[in-house]
Ligand binder design. Structure first.
Ligand code: HEC
Ligand code: HEC
Ligand code: HEC
Ligand code: HEC
Ligand code: HEC
Ligand code: HEC
Ligand code: HEC
Ligand code: HEC
Ligand code: HEC
Ligand code: HEC
Length: 323
């Protein structure tokens, strides 16, 4: 754990130095100031020329965040060609699909497409871990425009679709999980995929936000953090020991249902390991047996061990998470 933090810190420092250097050594590429120095660069024709044949795209673009911010790329003074590259040849030939213009279609290499965006967005802290993300892997086929629709999206942040549908389109297995009986309210719109993941990548595995899984969970389930006088070690260690994040057929997002969940770790001679006793009593007996039903009904062990995440209750009952 600690080694990882050190590594994380070093990476952060490297990024900060790189950032400091890049803003020192050149003008910010996202500058809205027309400097004029690239105006006459060969092969570029300017947005007004594109407008002649692509009026609708032109209008949509001008209304968008990009259009309003008058974004200019490192190569071009002008909007359209910042992303589509120099358009002179395209225009000369009267313009057509596949004719001398960069397009963000399925055939184009995802990496090349993303690079067009990263020319300006690399400095954005949201994209710092892009190159480490599964989405940027060559095999994934994903690029910025898989999720962002630049020319015509009416959505915030240029999103193609709202979450979770945006993500479900490719992550059908997660959709199936989110439909299970017990689930995080993702399809209900109360929890977003990007509350827990950064689709642009994170330092952590599975592109998870938060320094650790538990830190992520505490953001919304703060009461599970404690501090507790009596801690249940697996809880402090990793919530995913007992829970699954998207959905489960067992109640409360559990990976298994008690008593089986508990018996994974609590074996031996205690009553935890002997759920099928026939003493019809609520209190514990010297033989460690309880009534069959209370130990095997839906909540099983947690009928009694109600404070399973930790307890501040007094005495032995607190210590055993019973109150
Ligand atoms: C003389 C008219 C004309 C001009 C000027 C023009 N285009 Fe086009 N462009 C076309 C036509 C026609 C198509 C094909 C559209 C279609 O089939 O729907 C096209 C297609 C495109 C495509 C899609 C390419 C593909 O492979 O699918 C892009 C991107 C594009 N133009 C961008 C631009 C940009 C940027 C400019 C300005 C630099 C520009 N066009 C100027 C006529 C023009
Ligand atoms: C910030 C980058 C960016 C800028 C600037 C930009 N585009 Fe695009 N353009 C895209 C992306 C990404 C697509 C793919 C579809 C989408 O995301 O909406 C696209 C698609 C297109 C298409 C093809 C649509 C099709 O049917 O395949 C045309 C035509 C086009 N843009 C024209 C323009 C014109 C004209 C301008 C300037 C007014 C412009 N673009 C500015 C990124 C950009
Ligand atoms: C020439 C520079 C430039 C390029 C290239 C560029 N952007 Fe942007 N982008 C900006 C600026 C500037 C803003 C608005 C200012 C800001 O960051 O708040 C912005 C904003 C955005 C936003 C946030 C919109 C919002 O509602 O807050 C998204 C998403 C985005 N860009 C995606 C893309 C994608 C995807 C591409 C590639 C297809 C791309 N950008 C290419 C400069 C650029
Ligand atoms: C897998 C889907 C996905 C991909 C791929 C993706 N994005 Fe995003 N992006 C999102 C979502 C979802 C949001 C909205 C986050 C939010 O609402 O805070 C977003 C937000 C943004 C924003 C706004 C950031 C902010 O802090 O408000 C920018 C800029 C952006 N994306 C740029 C990019 C660029 C550049 C790429 C490619 C390198 C890219 N995105 C690839 C899903 C994606
Ligand atoms: C409450 C937080 C949370 C939400 C909301 C959430 N996830 Fe996850 N997701 C996780 C955690 C935690 C993991 C890591 C699971 C593990 O390591 O076993 C994960 C893992 C994944 C994985 C990797 C699965 C694998 O088997 O390797 C994908 C893909 C994924 N999530 C996609 C999504 C999508 C898409 C959404 C929205 C529909 C979403 N997640 C919503 C917490 C969340
Ligand atoms: C265009 C398809 C596409 C879209 C849209 C998409 N993803 Fe993915 N996602 C992928 C692919 C492909 C992978 C890599 C799968 C692999 O390597 O097994 C992936 C991997 C992941 C992983 C696993 C990362 C890991 O380390 O294992 C997470 C988490 C994830 N995506 C979350 C999201 C979220 C959140 C969204 C919506 C904002 C989203 N994805 C939208 C295609 C997509
Ligand atoms: C962005 C906020 C958020 C994050 C982060 C989050 N949760 Fe949740 N969680 C919720 C919401 C909202 C509910 C539904 C609460 C309700 O319905 O009363 C919920 C419900 C649950 C439930 C009960 C499900 C049921 O069927 O009753 C469990 C268990 C749970 N979360 C575990 C986790 C774990 C484990 C993590 C970390 C991987 C986590 N949560 C991260 C917001 C979050
Ligand atoms: C040792 C197994 C175990 C671990 C580890 C664990 N839980 Fe639970 N959790 C349970 C059980 C069992 C239930 C069901 C309790 C019930 O039915 O009353 C539950 C229920 C929940 C619930 C819904 C009911 C409630 O108490 O609010 C949430 C939210 C929750 N857990 C969050 C977390 C978080 C966050 C973590 C990590 C900090 C975590 N759990 C770690 C076993 C565990
Ligand atoms: C991943 C392993 C693991 C799982 C699963 C687990 N526990 Fe534990 N539990 C522990 C450990 C380790 C301790 C601490 C044992 C110690 O201090 O001797 C503990 C302590 C306890 C204690 C206090 C016992 C004592 O000696 O102080 C109770 C009661 C308990 N667990 C009940 C449960 C119940 C009920 C479940 C199922 C909902 C469960 N545990 C699931 C590992 C687990
Ligand atoms: C009917 C209520 C009840 C049920 C059901 C119950 N327990 Fe307990 N358990 C207690 C009480 C009360 C104590 C503390 C008193 C004591 O230790 O004598 C305790 C103590 C424990 C202890 C610590 C002492 C020991 O025996 O090791 C563990 C571990 C434990 N329970 C696990 C479990 C597991 C696992 C289950 C489910 C298979 C379970 N319990 C079901 C009431 C219950």
């Amino acid at each position: 754990m600690r080694k990882r933090y050190v590594f994380q810190f070093i990476i952060l420092v490297i990024f900060m130095l790189a950032y400091a250097y890049s803003s020192y050594s050149e003008d910010k590429v996202t500058s809205a100031e027309p400097s004029g120095k690239n105006m006459a660069k060969e092969g570029y024709v300017g947005a007004e020329t594109c407008k002649g044949c692509h009026a609708e795209n032109y209008d949509n673009y001008k209304k968008s965040v990009h259009g309003k911010a008058h974004v200019k790329g490192p190569e071009s003074q002008d909007a359209c060609e910042t992303c589509h590259g120099p358009g002179a040849k395209h225009v000369e030939k009267g313009g057509a699909r596949g004719v001398d213009i960069f397009n963000f279609d399925k055939k184009t290499d995802p990496k090349e497409k993303s690079e067009k965006c990263l020319a300006c967005h690399q400095e954005n802290k949201a994209q710092v871990f892009w190159s480490m993300s599964k989405h940027s892997a060559a095999t994934s086929g994903v690029s910025c425009d898989s999720c962002h629709k630049i020319m015509s999206s009416k959505d915030d942040k240029f999103l193609k679709e709202k979450q979770p549908d945006l993500c479900f389109e490719c992550h059908k297995d997660i959709r199936a999980q989110a439909n299970k009986q017990s689930h995080h309210p993702i399809k209900e719109g109360k929890v977003m995929c990007n509350d827990c993941h950064d689709p642009h990548g994170e330092f952590n595995a599975k592109m998870l936000k938060g320094d650790t899984v538990n830190e992520l969970c505490y953001k919304c389930h703060a009461e599970k953090r404690g501090p507790f006088m009596w801690e249940h070690p697996p809880v402090a260690e990793n919530c995913l020991t007992c829970h699954t994040p998207h959905g489960s057929n067992h109640s409360r997002l559990l990976t298994m249902r008690p008593p089986y969940l508990c018996k994974d770790c609590h074996q031996g001679t205690g009553h935890g390991n002997t759920p099928y006793g026939n003493t019809a009593s609520f209190s514990r007996t010297t033989t460690g047996n309880f009534s069959t039903t209370i130990k095997t009904d839906l909540r099983s062990c947690v009928n009694c061990h109600v404070n399973i995440h930790g307890s501040n209750g007094p005495g032995i009952y607190g210590q055993r998470f019973v109150r």
